[in-house]
Design a protein around this ligand. Structure first.
Ligand SMILES: [Zn+2]
Length: 220
């Protein structure tokens, strides 16, 4: 069975993107089935770096996983989704508290979109003055939206204390947020809030929960 592991947002990787001025600020690429990757960019240490999120088109509307990092792209992403699929976004769920995941939570809440994080993520968002979600999850949660089901899973500390992954059992798709890195990645990315000691055992827990994994590495 094929499993797809998404590696999202190498925001602090060594990659330097040049010529961003001519590039689109928002990029949408098809992943598989009704799954799409969107990319926005922001400046980190004087370089333009990409951050990826995902969205899923269901019969009951679109589910957004993480929010754009670029604050000018919150509405353009909604508009692009409406134009492309003729559907509205009904839910947005952020996988850890860093702003490349959570920046749009407040804006989307104002648009009537149901926004979610874990309680733990919310604690860090609050402490760091980041945007917060309307609905908080106390534990791993299964969502049924339209014809799809997915489950949030907290495997322990890694990229951050609060990082969760999202698992699509039927489709064998793992949305790993910043926790899961690709084999060709030079390092673990931004470790300023990481638990490097726990990282390996956290990844093992993900692997155990999603066995027989064939890694498909997605990156911008
Ligand atoms: Zn992060």
């Amino acid at each position: 069975m094929k499993t797809i592991i998404l590696t999202i947002a190498f925001i602090f990787s060594l990659t330097h993107i040049s010529g961003q001025a001519e590039k689109a600020k928002l990029k949408i690429t098809h992943l598989t089935g009704n799954f799409y990757i969107y990319t926005t960019y922001n400046t980190y240490q004087e370089s333009q770096v990409p951050a990826n999120g995902m969205y899923l088109v269901t019969n009951d509307g679109v589910v957004m996983f993480d929010t754009p990092w670029d604050t000018t792209q919150f509405q353009p992403l909604l508009d692009s989704i409406k134009f492309k699929h003729n559907k509205i976004v009904v839910m947005s769920i952020a996988t850890h508290w860093h702003s490349d995941k959570t920046a749009g939570l407040e804006y989307y809440r104002q648009q009537g979109i149901k926004t979610y994080t874990t309680i733990l993520t919310d604690e860090f968002s609050k402490k760091n003055n980041h945007k917060r979600a309307e609905f908080l999850m106390a534990k791993d949660t299964v969502f049924n939206i339209g014809q799809y089901a997915f489950e949030t899973y907290y495997p322990g500390e890694g990229h951050t204390v609060d990082n969760i992954v999202i698992w699509f059992e039927k489709e064998k798709i793992l949305y790993g947020g910043c926790l899961i890195k690709g084999v060709d990645d030079k390092n673990l990315g931004n470790l300023s809030d990481a638990n490097v000691t726990a990282y390996a055992s956290t990844l093992k827990k993900v692997q155990k929960k999603m066995p027989e994994t064939k890694v498909y590495y997605h990156r911008t």
